[in-house]
Design a protein around this ligand. Structure first.
Ligand code: 2PG
Ligand code: MG
Length: 477
C-alpha cells in the first residue's frame, strides 16, 4: 500500500484537518494536546481484552477482580460478598475445594471470565451496557447466573460500565455517576444520606448483641461533606462513651467497622448511640436506623435474642408479637426512622403488619434479596416500603437499574448497600448518586474499604459544585 493509499484508507487528512480546525476554534493554549484528545474521542471504543484474577476482600476471603481493556484504557472492578445468602439471589461461584482457602476460592469464576466471557465480549462497544450484560446472561443460560457465577458477571459488568463512562466528554475525573444517571434516564444525580454503621452485632461481630447494625443518618446536614463530618464526629464520641462505660476493649470493631461492645440489650446499645449523638451536638439532625437481620436468629417462629451467647442461647425467645411491641416502643423512645429486616425473611405477615403501622421506614433486605419477583410480591402485598440494594444479588448494572426503577415506581425508599466483605472498589458510591437512591449504607466512617465509598462521594460533591444536591430530608424520594 502506498502512503497516499494509506492516508486515503484511514481518511487521515480529513480527520487531521477537522482536529486542527477544532483547536483553532477553541483557541486552545495547548493545540497538540487538544488535537490528540480530539482525535482520540473520534475513535470508537471497543473491548480488546478482559483479564480477571483472584484477590482478597476485607475479610480475607477470595473475590474476583477484573481488568477490562479497551483500545483507550484499562478499567478495573472487583465484587463484594456478604454473609446472608438466599435461594432467590444470584449465585456466587466458589471453588469448594476445602483444602484451598477453606473452599472459598474463586478460580472457576476467574477462568469463566478469562475464557468464555472474554471471548463473547471482545470487539463490543463498552458504552452498550445492556447489550454487554445481555450477552453474559445469554452465555450463562441459568436464571440465577450460577453457571458463570454472579461474581464473574458482575465484575465484568461494572468494569464495562466504567469503560463506558470514560467515553463521556462532560467531565474528566468522575464521570461514572453521570453515565449511570444517563443510562437510567435520570437527570438529577443526588448525593445520598450516608447510613453509618456505628454499632455492629449479630453475624457481623463477636458480641452478644442480636441486632446486626445500628446506623446513624445525618439527615439534617446541608451537604454530604457535612454529613460525613457529623457521622464521623459522632462515631468518635461513641468510642469515648463506650470506653467510659465499659472500657476500651469494648471498642473493637465488627466487619463493617461498627463498635462491637459486649452487650445484649437493644436499649443499652441505643442509649450509647443516643449519648454519642447528644455529645456531638447534632441532636435533631441525626436519626437512627436498625438492621435487625432477624432471619439470623429466627428459630421456627420465635426469635432467640441470645443467639450470640452460647451459654444463654435458647433462653430468651421472643414471639413475633413480642418483637413487634419492642419495635413500637423503640421507635417511640429513640429517633429511629428505619428498620431493616425486623422479622424472618419468610414472615410476610408480621412485616406487613409493621409496615402498616407507619412508625418508620421498613427495609427489605433478606426479605427481597434484591430479586425482581420478590420485590414485585412485596409491592403488591404492601409488605415493606424500601429496597436494600445489593448489587451482587442482582448481577448486572442493567438489572440493577431496573430493580431500582421498580422500587421507585412504587414510591419506595432505596438504600444502596455495601456487603460485609468489600473491596476498595467505590462503584456503589457513583451508583447511589447516579440512581439518586437517597441513602447509601457503606459501614462505619472507618476502615479503608468502607471509606473508599464515602471519600468518593466527597469527590463527586466537589466535582458537582453548585449543582450538587444532598438528599437530606428527601432521603426517601
Ligand atoms: C446487610 C449486609 C450489609 P451482609 O445485611 O445489610 O451490612 O450484610 O453483607 O453480611 O449480607
Ligand atoms: Mg441487612
Amino acid at each position: 500500500m502506498s502512503v497516499q493509499e494509506y492516508l486515503d484508507k484511514h481518511m487521515l487528512s480529513r480527520k487531521l484537518e477537522d482536529a486542527v480546525n477544532a483547536a483553532v476554534r477553541a483557541k486552545t493554549s495547548d493545540p497538540v494536546l487538544f488535537i490528540s484528545n480530539h482525535m482520540r474521542k473520534s475513535v470508537q471504543s471497543v473491548i480488546t481484552k478482559i483479564k480477571a484474577r483472584q484477590i482478597l476482600d476485607s475479610r480475607g476471603i477470595p473475590t474476583v477482580e477484573v481488568d477490562l481493556h479497551t483500545n483507550k484504557g484499562v478499567f478495573r472492578a472487583s465484587v463484594p460478598s456478604g454473609n446472608s445468602t438466599g435461594m432467590y439471589e444470584a449465585v456466587e461461584l466458589r471453588d469448594g475445594d476445602k483444602g484451598v482457602y477453606l473452599g472459598n476460592g474463586v478460580s472457576k469464576a476467574v477462568k469463566n471470565i478469562n475464557d468464555k466471557i472474554s471471548e463473547a465480549l471482545i470487539g463490543m462497544d463498552p458504552t452498550l451496557q445492556s447489550q454487554i450484560d445481555q450477552a453474559m446472561i445469554d452465555l450463562d443460560k441459568t436464571e440465577k447466573k450460577g453457571e458463570l457465577g454472579v461474581n464473574a458477571i458482575l465484575a465484568v459488568s461494572i468494569a464495562a460500565c466504567k469503560a463506558g463512562a470514560a467515553e463521556k466528554e462532560a467531565c474528566l475525573f468522575v464521570p461514572l455517576y453521570k453515565h449511570i444517571a444517563d443510562m437510567s434516564g435520570k437527570t438529577n444525580p443526588t448525593l445520598p444520606v450516608p447510613a453509618f454503621t456505628v454499632i455492629s452485632g449479630g453475624k457481623h461481630a463477636g458480641s452478644t448483641l442480636a441486632i446486626q447494625e445500628i446506623m446513624i443518618l445525618p439527615i439534617g446536614a446541608s451537604k454530604f461533606e457535612e454529613a460525613l463530618r457529623m457521622g464521623t464526629e459522632t462515631y468518635h464520641h461513641l468510642k469515648a462513651v463506650i470506653t467510659e462505660k465499659s472500657g476500651a476493649h469494648n471498642c473493637n470493631v465488627g466487619e463493617d467497622g461498627g463498635y462491637a461492645p459486649n452487650i445484649s440489650s437493644f436499649r443499652e446499645a441505643l442509649d450509647l448511640v443516643k449519648e454519642a449523638i447528644s455529645r456531638s451536638g447534632y441532636n435533631e439532625k441525626i436519626k437512627i436506623a436498625l438492621d435487625v437481620s432477624a432471619t439470623n436468629f429466627c428459630i421456627g417462629k420465635r426469635y432467640d435474642l441470645d443467639f450470640q451467647s452460647p451459654q444463654k442461647s435458647g433462653q430468651n425467645f421472643k414471639s413475633a408479637e413480642d418483637m413487634l411491641e419492642l419495635y413500637k416502643e423503640l421507635c417511640s423512645e429513640y429517633p429511629i426512622v428505619s428498620i431493616e429486616d425486623p422479622f424472618d425473611k419468610e414472615d410476610w405477615e408480621h412485616i406487613k403488619h409493621i409496615s402498616s403501622l407507619g412508625i418508620c421506614q421498613v427495609v427489605g433486605d433478606d426479605l427481597l434479596m434484591s430479586n425482581a419477583k420478590r420485590i414485585e410480591r412485596a409491592i403488591t402485598e404492601s409488605a415493606c416500603n424500601a429496597l436494600l440494594l445489593k448489587v451482587n444479588q442482582v448481577g448486572t448494572v442493567t438489572e440493577v437499574i431496573e430493580v431500582v426503577k421498580q422500587a421507585k415506581e412504587a414510591h419506595w425508599g432505596v438504600v444502596t448497600s455495601h456487603r460485609c466483605g468489600e473491596s476498595v472498589d467505590s462503584f456503589i458510591a457513583d451508583l447511589s448518586v447516579g440512581l439518586a437512591s437517597g441513602v447509601i449504607k457503606a459501614g462505619a466512617p472507618c476502615r479503608g474499604e468502607r471509606l473508599e465509598k464515602y471519600n468518593q462521594l466527597l469527590r463527586i460533591e466537589e466535582e458537582l459544585g453548585d449543582q450538587a444536591v444532598y438528599a437530606g430530608d428527601d432521603w426517601r424520594q
